[in-house]
Design a protein around this ligand. Structure first.
Ligand SMILES: N[C@@H](CCC(=O)N[C@@H](CS)C(=O)NCC(=O)O)C(=O)O
Length: 223
């Protein structure tokens, strides 16, 4: 399988596709195509949606991070991707879909940028961004409180799952924009930041040499 992604520093959807490939434990190669280059334009034209991530499997494309996750769960095992308990699985599906389809204010107000920090952002953050953060905090607390805390591991539903994958870019945004969280949500975010795959991604993102100004927000400080 070959996973095509964009700049690790900026492409939150690519992060989700890559984490899904890692969680599947199936062999894959990863190709980074920097955005806004002639190669980017050429590669996008080969993808049915014109967007990354795309997973090429046996020469056939699986596009969209959610479809990649579903496909790899089919191939790699649903229990690897989703909690076994049906009530937990219901909530995991619902919060993952809510992330995939929503939180527009947070997405556009705080674009993922792993090369910079925005320490002054939270003090004057738009109300709509803070409302998204509050909703996400509540979802994380519900998952941790009802299902995650009964298990040994620190992720939303105990073991690292598809729901953690969908929220992984939010964890980076919270850290880089200094967004406020409750204690339970903060503990979860810290565990995610310490996850070896998140660390691997962040280190590779910082090492990339194709900066894009359009992902910079006022008041940014380079890392
Ligand atoms: N819903 C899609 C969104 C994918 C997306 O928007 N990808 C961006 C990069 S992060 C992209 O390829 N944009 C194409 C462009 O900028 O022309 C998913 O979940 O994969």
């Amino acid at each position: 399988m070959k996973l095509l992604i964009a700049n690790r520093a900026y492409s939150s959807w690519s992060l989700r596709g890559w984490l899904a490939a890692k969680l599947s434990m199936l062999p894959f190669t990863c190709v980074v195509v920097p955005m806004d280059t002639p190669e980017w334009t050429a590669r996008l034209s080969e993808i049915p949606s014109g967007k990354v991530p795309v997973l090429w499997d046996g020469g056939e494309p699986v596009w969209d991070s959610m479809a990649i996750l579903m496909w790899l769960a089919d191939k790699g095992g649903h229990d690897r991707f989703w909690p076994r308990d049906l009530h937990a699985r219901r909530l995991a599906y619902a919060i993952s879909a809510e992330m995939h389809a929503g939180f527009q204010a947070l997405r556009s107000g705080c674009p993922m940028n792993l090369k910079m920090r925005f320490p002054a952002f939270a003090a004057t953050a738009p109300a709509a961004v803070m409302a998204d953060v509050a909703r996400i905090d509540a979802l994380w607390c519900e998952a941790r409180g009802r299902f995650g805390e009964q298990l040994d591991e620190p992720y939303l539903f105990g073991h690292f799952s598809g729901a953690d994958i969908m929220y992984a870019p939010v964890v980076f945004r919270v850290a880089h924009y200094g967004l406020p969280l409750s204690d339970v949500a903060r503990a979860y975010a810290d565990s995610m930041l310490a996850h070896p795959w998140m660390q691997e991604w962040a280190a590779a993102a910082r090492a990339e040499d194709y900066p894009l100004d359009r992902y910079h927000v006022e008041g940014g400080m380079p890392l």
